[in-house]
Design a protein around this ligand. Structure first.
Ligand code: SF4
Ligand code: SF4
Length: 258
């Protein structure tokens, strides 16, 4: 029987300095611990360290997932994924990312001259449309995509089509299946929490936000990183995802206002 991970209780326990989060699957715990440790080492480096911490989190989680998916047990035992290039139904849903991921991705995109057309698409994007980075049914920022995007591993793309893109169910074929592989979700969700927790512990609000509207708010504002670091709200309140992490508790960390 798989163990259910209660992300909110785990996060709250860790926010309060309790080391034993309840009922954490070993894979989530490994991703959480590895990412949290790496991010913690970056915090003394200010905003450059915060941005480097996101790159660390991406690399650590990808490495862990790479190790898992190449084990004989996974290769021989996992069901084939419906996921492949050209299948982008999941990119029709609202995408979540941590605040620090959004600031990092914005900085990376600003630094890439070849990303100029993507920035123009972002400026023209309106809510209710699929992710702006879904181009020709593929992710145009694959190496930069948020952790949440990386953990998807659905078996039945038709389920994604009807659920995320709200298209009519197919008239023939087997019943739709919501079946998914748990390990990538465990890895990347563990990494999400391992990334956010040290920022919270140090007094930097790092909520989950609605990725595209949040990115749109900061894409032309490089100064937003420093503002966020000093405690200023840089994302519109409406982009905050209240079901991700509990609100920062008063008295935790050393939040500065700037
Ligand atoms: S999660 Fe679903 S829509 Fe996304 S790539 Fe996988 S099968 Fe396709
Ligand atoms: S960032 Fe890429 S993977 Fe994530 S929703 Fe957008 S297009 Fe899809």
């Amino acid at each position: 029987m798989s163990t259910e991970f209660n992300a909110t209780s785990a996060f709250r326990a860790l926010q309060g300095g309790v080391s034993a989060a309840p009922k954490v699957s070993p894979i989530r715990a490994a991703a959480f611990d590895d990412v949290r440790e790496a991010v913690g080492k970056r915090l003394s480096q200010g905003t450059p360290g915060a941005m480097a911490a996101v790159a660390d989190a991406f690399a650590i989680a990808e490495r862990l997932w790479g190790e898992i998916r190449t084990t004989p047990a996974f290769v021989l035992g996992a069901k084939p994924a419906g996921c492949k290039k050209g299948c982008g139904w999941c990119c029709h849903q609202r995408v979540g990312a941590t605040a620090v991921e959004v600031l990092y991705i914005a900085g990376q995109l600003r630094a890439r001259p070849e990303a100029a057309p993507l920035l123009a698409r972002l400026d023209a994007w309106d809510s209710g449309r699929p992710c702006v980075f879904l181009v020709d049914d593929a992710c145009a920022i694959y190496d930069l995509r948020p952790l949440k995007c990386r953990g998807l591993y659905q078996m039945d793309a038709r389920w994604c089509m009807t659920t995320y893109a709200k298209l009519d169910p197919p008239l023939f074929g087997p019943p739709l299946s919501h079946d998914y592989q748990t390990q990538p979700k465990d890895v990347f969700d563990g990494a999400v929490f391992g990334l956010a927790q040290p920022f919270y512990a140090a007094g930097h609000d790092c909520p989950g936000v609605d990725f595209i509207p949040a990115l749109k708010a900061v894409i032309h504002r490089p100064e937003a990183v420093e503002e966020w670091w000093r405690g200023k709200e840089v994302f519109p309140a409406a982009t905050r995802l209240h079901d991700w992490f509990p609100p920062m508790e008063k008295g935790k960390g050393k939040k500065k206002r700037g």
